[in-house]
Design a protein around this ligand. Structure first.
Ligand code: FAD
Length: 407
């Protein structure tokens, strides 16, 4: 019988693990330790509604304070776990003191990849990952006139859409030849590049920032590899993340580009599980070891671990899904599009409501949707099945997806 479960990291995965343990009837001690101050909060709005001022701070919390008290979840905010002693089943807290555990859940997340160029430490070079970073960014955004965003991934583009809509002159630098190249099909990249361009954002491809130019300690321009200089009073670096593996590594756990777990999300130590952005796991859908950065992945992995710890063991097999809000365009992705060799479009691209069905051979492997939530929901159910519509069926606008599922 496990008496104490300690969860390290009070983000999306950590909070969901604590919630699910209680929902599953775990009656022992649950301690949730997070190094950020205050209540655990939702990250996605930091580059969307919260950044725009459309979402108040008290609606950002994952759960109200009373929830932790009422559910006997001991929340230790502003507390870093400095070390794990796996043999003694004990963690050491940054401020001193130790805490024993029966089982440990690592939900450590990831941190910003830092811009590896001279001048990256100048005032005016900012990142978007934590509430503190977005709070620091808001007044800078309001005051900025010319902004350079480095990296055309989800977060960079979400920010660019917000800033452009506020009348700022925004230039996005992307080293690849298309936006969101790691995660979406070339067709979807093309659609979003055109949308951002018509909104007024300047996109430069094959463009590498080589230096941030400063004046009196403040960023004033970004220099690119082709010798160009783009004036900027605000630079947003959104060039990806690095998983927080060091705590696990120092404890002797297996790590790679993430804390390595098996299909039950157990690390190389049977008393330690790991979930969310920090985890490298064997993906049923990707057919290989994967690390995913999404709320769905963190939440569903948390539920899988809570199920196992309360006597319902299962392997992690949830269908992956993601979303990104860029201006008034809602992009929803289900499945993993990399490796697709054919695509089929359903809906109307010109009207801004369409889906791209991505196939690997006859197998449907992902659906990317813009303002077509029905197709997305179809994908969430269908990709978990062995039977998929053929490319010809998907291409037929009269083909009824709902009826296909019902059959
Ligand atoms: P996190 O939520 O990052 O939580 C990990 C926590 O652990 C952090 O608070 C960290 O500080 C803490 N921690 C680390 N080490 C220690 C330690 N030693 N001791 C104590 N605490 C520690 N996903 C989507 O699906 N859709 C979106 O639209 C979307 N938008 C996003 C927008 C932004 C701006 C960002 C930054 C992310 C977005 N994501 C989105 C990704 C999503 O937020 C993450 O995938 C999710 O938060 C992962 O949850 P997690 O629990 O693994 O990590």
């Amino acid at each position: 019988m496990i008496q104490t479960i300690v969860i390290v990291g009070a983000g999306h995965g950590g909070v969901q693990a604590a919630v699910s343990l209680r929902q599953n009837g775990f009656d022992g001690r649950v301690v949730l330790i997070g190094d950020e101050p205050g209540l655990p909060y939702q990250r996605p709005p930091l580059s969307k509604a919260y950044l725009q001022g459309k979402m108040a701070l008290d609606t950002l919390w994952l759960r109200p304070q009373s929830f932790y008290r009422d559910n006997r979840i001991e929340l230790l905010s502003g507390t870093r776990v400095a070390a794990i002693a796996p043999r003694e089943r004990r963690v050491t807290l940054g401020g001193g003191g130790t805490l024993g555990y029966g089982h440990l859940v690592l939900a450590l997340g990831a941190r910003n990849r830092l811009l590896p160029v001279p001048g990256a430490d100048l005032d005016g070079v900012l990142y978007i990952r934590t509430l503190a970073e977005t709070d620091a960014l808001k007044p800078r955004l309001a005051a900025a006139q010319r902004i350079v965003v480095i990296g055309a991934g989800f977060i960079g583009l979400e920010f660019a859409a917000v800033a452009t809509a506020q009348g700022k002159a925004v230039t996005v630098l992307e080293m690849a030849d298309r936006v969101m190249s790691r995660v979406v099909s070339p067709q979807m990249s093309q659609y979003f590049a055109a949308w951002h361009a018509q909104a007024g954002t300047r996109l430069l491809f094959g463009a590498r920032a080589t230096r941030i130019i400063g004046d009196a300690g403040r960023a004033v321009a970004v220099e690119t590899a082709d010798g160009g200089t783009i004036p900027a009073d605000l630079v947003i670096a959104s060039i990806g993340v690095v998983p927080n593996i060091e705590l696990a590594q120092a404890a002797g756990l297996g790590v790679g580009d993430g804390v390595i777990v098996d299909e039950r999300l157990i690390t190389s130590d049977p008393n330690i599980s790991a979930i969310g952005d920090c985890v490298l796991f064997p993906s049923v859908h990707g057919g290989r070891m994967l690390r995913l950065e999404s709320v769905q992945n963190a939440n569903d992995q948390a539920k899988t671990v809570a199920d196992r710890l309360t006597g319902k063991p299962s392997r992690y097999a949830a269908v992956p899904w993601f979303w990104s809000d860029q201006g008034d365009r809602k992009l929803q992705i289900v499945g993993l599009a990399d490796g697709h060799d054919a695509t089929v479009v359903r809906g109307d691209i010109a009207a801004g409501a369409f889906s791209i069905f991505c196939y690997g051979g006859e197998r449907l492997i992902a659906i990317e949707s813009v303002n077509r939530p029905g197709d997305h929901m179809f994908g969430r159910r269908c990709l978990g099945l062995t039977r998929h519509p053929t490319p010809a069926q998907a291409a037929d606008p009269a083909f009824d997806l709902k009826r296909f599922l019902a059959a």
